[in-house]
Design a protein around this ligand. Structure first.
Ligand code: NAP
Length: 290
């Protein structure tokens, strides 16, 4: 299949490599040219603009930082929509806002183009291992057409609903739950540590009893080892996601009091430890003073 892939950050690069390795013809574009050039060695065709990348493509993936990045790549004379064919499908994998996703879908419909959302659960190592969980939202036929590609990049596809924003809200809600779990673990580990119980001992108990789930195992190990660099998912991106959760909650008039704690923890972690800390670094604020 002829594929265009726009956005070669930690996630996009790993996903694009898997699509190339599966035998697809993949044209790539990235804002900073160096990242695209290195994918040329892996077999990708390098495009100089989003428009060039998507012309002639059957499926176009975007995996960009945030709403602003997607807006700048989609619009303009050299933008994605200027080159997207009427039979092509734009698959948005970035984690973006619920209202933003509705607007993006409407923009595609107004131009007779197809947009589905397919954000993912899984960090860069899961992307490289093709073990992502893909959450798709949008037209069922369009999702079906992309299914073979989702099979290449992930371990399971979930259909969130008929609107692209259904996938966005599921993804954002899941990310909120990850942060809530990390905060609860961090507070509990601090309490155990303050009473002389090692973090690893506490983790061994919880992950093998009541909390035997990937989020506790994976993030629990990071917290126990206090391993927050290099960031697999940077705290600034996590803060962006929590802002998007808050935006959606405000529109829907849903109270999420613990979200306020988490947003403040992320702000503090970035202010105290820098932009390059992993979002699980919120645990540092819960650590007892020595
Ligand atoms: P990343 O490594 O920071 O990459 C971000 C990408 O967005 C880069 O290609 C960057 O281009 C591009 N970009 C940023 N601002 C832009 C702009 N204004 N115009 C054009 N391109 C722009 O991020 P990532 O970890 O791959 O995450 C990508 C998306 O996946 C995010 O929405 C994130 O929330 C989501 N996600 C991440 C993870 C994770 O664990 N990392 C897991 C699931 C979902 P440059 O190279 O030029 O900077």
């Amino acid at each position: 299949m002829k594929i265009a892939f726009l956005g070669l950050g930690q996630m996009g690069r790993a996903i694009a490599v898997n699509l190339i390795d599966a035998g697809h013809t993949v044209t790539v574009w990235n804002r900073s040219e160096g990242r695209a050039a290195s994918l040329g060695e892996a077999g990708a065709i390098i495009a100089t603009t989003p428009r060039d990348a998507v012309e002639g493509a059957e499926t176009v993936f975007t995996m960009l930082a945030d709403d602003k990045a997607v807006t700048s790549v989609v619009n303009g004379t050299d933008g994605l929509l200027a080159g997207l064919g009427p039979d092509a499908i734009h698959v948005g994998m970035s984690t973006v806002g619920v209202g933003f996703t509705d607007d993006l879908a409407a923009q595609h419909i107004a131009m007779g183009r197809t947009y589905i959302a397919a954000p993912v659960f899984g960090r860069p190592d899961a992307a490289a291992a093709a073990r992502l969980f893909v959450l798709a939202g949008g037209d069922a036929n369009a999702i079906d057409r992309c299914r073979p590609l989702f099979d290449v990049i992930g371990q399971r596809l979930f259909i969130a609903g008929p609107k692209p924003s259904h996938a966005s809200v599921v993804k954002l809600s899941g990310n909120f739950m990850i942060m809530a779990a990390v905060e609860a673990m961090a507070e509990s580990m601090a309490l155990c540590e303050a009473n002389g119980v090692a973090r690893g001992t506490f983790l061994d108990v919880i992950q093998n009893t009541l909390f035997n789930a990937p989020v506790y195992r994976n993030y629990g190990a990071m917290l126990a080892e206090e391993r927050y660099r290099p960031a697999g998912f940077g705290a600034p991106l996590g803060l962006k996601d929590m802002r998007l959760v808050d935006e959606a909650a405000e529109v829907a008039r849903v109270a999420m009091p613990s979200l306020g704690v988490i947003r403040n923890r992320l702000r503090s972690a970035i202010a105290a430890h820098g932009e390059d800390i992993d979002w699980a670094g919120i645990a540092l604020a819960a650590k007892p003073a020595v």
